[in-house]
Design a protein around this ligand. Structure first.
Ligand code: HEM
Length: 187
């Protein structure tokens, strides 16, 4: 997993819980590099899992809740760091459909060793997008937070339902994303 995810995660923890908590969870996780990450480096995904477990222990909050909140935070970092990915899409659903076909393809060019999930759009109406998420790392809660955070960036209100399904290629998280409130009428 790319270091940018780790540096952003520690930034999220510092902002929400303070620098002391960052130090505490690094100490508790017995990490090979002592918690030093560079954004272009590549690290074991298990280190992120260990840090999330330690944060859950430290804060008493459930891991899915923490990972989802991190996803919302990360969407803000992406919007600042990669504004062009957001600006090229007029509609929130176009943006979500572009993760697979455009955004993560560009990420892969930038970081050839990035391990990215796959997203398949299964259904689209003016007010609903059904998106299937697959990844050996099973970070569906991160995806949920990223979807919710990006919706804020597009100024739309959404209701997101998550359904866990099985497929021949392993587990799939199906996101049913409904625009609620004053959504743009065009698609
Ligand atoms: C501007 C937008 C985005 C950028 C620059 C970006 C970039 C990245 C990068 C660098 C990684 C780490 C890959 C690795 O560690 O090897 C990643 C992973 C991931 N991205 Fe994106 N991403 C963007 C938008 C999104 C959005 C909107 C979603 C929403 C569903 C998403 C879902 C994920 C997930 C769930 C992962 C974790 C890896 C996994 O599930 O296997 N990304 N992305």
């Amino acid at each position: 997993m790319k270091g940018i995810v780790f540096t952003e995660f520690l930034g999220f923890v510092a902002q929400r819980y303070g620098e002391d908590t960052v130090d505490d969870i690094i100490d508790a996780s017995a990490l090979p590099g002592g918690g030093a990450y560079t954004s272009v480096g590549t690290y074991d995904h298990g280190e992120l899992v260990a840090l999330c477990n330690a944060l859950a222990q430290q804060t008493g909050q459930a891991i899915p809740t923490l990972v989802q909140a991190f996803g919302v935070y990360l969407s803000g970092s992406f919007a600042k760091g990669y504004p062009a990915f957001f600006a090229r899409c007029g509609h929130f659903f176009d943006f979500l459909e572009s993760i697979e076909e455009h955004i993560h393809k560009e990420v892969k060019k930038l970081y050839p060793d990035a391990e990215l999930p796959s997203f398949t759009a299964c259904e689209r109406t003016p007010s609903r997008l059904v998106l299937d998420y697959r990844s050996p790392r099973q970070m569906g809660d991160l995806a949920l937070g990223l979807i919710q955070g990006s919706a804020q960036h597009f100024g739309v209100q959404v209701r997101v339902q998550q359904q866990l399904r099985d497929s021949a290629n392993g587990p799939v998280v199906r996101f049913v994303i409904d625009l609620t409130g004053d959504a743009p009428a065009h698609v």
